[in-house]
Design a protein around this ligand. Structure first.
Ligand code: SME
Length: 167
């Protein structure tokens, strides 16, 4: 059983602890499905004011729902559609302070107000996205983005993605 202690302190201190926990959680395991599942759960339980945390994986040019925590979500998202599709099409993190102002936002949970989507790259190629939703407007700032991108990199470095790359 993993017991994760929440540390008090400023945002950076708490994130440094969360990053260390992820290293520990993934230690000795390279399986992509197991690691995505545990990472989604870890994020969901580590961050405050979050109602959905999980993954969409690129399959034949379309994003398909992967492991997550939160309400059931839409299964398929075309590249270029919604916040997730924009992250792939633009090849960069999308940080949306108010999803009601984002043209084409796909509402999976009506309570979501802000969202961050981080592309996952293996050998320079996008294999999917990490998506985190919050019921609070402007939940994610630039510091959240910096640490969550680092968090995604820890997952990427500690996982064998070969089965997803069709090699
Ligand atoms: N809101 C996302 C869809 C996925 S759900 O939030 C889980 C989007 O606009 O792409």
């Amino acid at each position: 059983m993993f017991v994760f202690e929440r540390v008090e302190g400023d945002q950076a201190t708490r994130y440094v602890n969360i990053l260390k926990q992820l290293e520990h959680l993934l230690e000795g395991e390279k399986d992509w499905l197991a690691n995505l599942a545990n990472t989604a759960s870890h994020l969901y339980h580590s961050l405050d004011q979050v109602n959905w945390a999980g993954f969409y994986l690129l399959k034949e040019g379309e994003l398909v729902l992967g492991p997550f925590m939160g309400q059931p979500a839409c299964v398929r998202i075309a590249v270029g559609r919604g916040v997730c599709g924009a992250a792939v099409a633009e090849d960069e993190t999308q940080r949306v302070e108010d999803v009601h102002q984002f043209p084409g936002h796909i509402a999976c949970d009506a309570s979501t107000r802000s969202e961050i989507v981080i592309p996952l790259r293996v050998d320079g190629k996008i294999i999917g996205v990490l998506d985190i939703d919050s019921p609070v407007k402007k939940r994610f700032d630039t510091l959240d983005q910096k640490y969550l991108e680092e968090y995604a990199n820890i997952l990427l470095r500690n996982t064998d993605w070969t089965p997803l790359l069709g090699k």
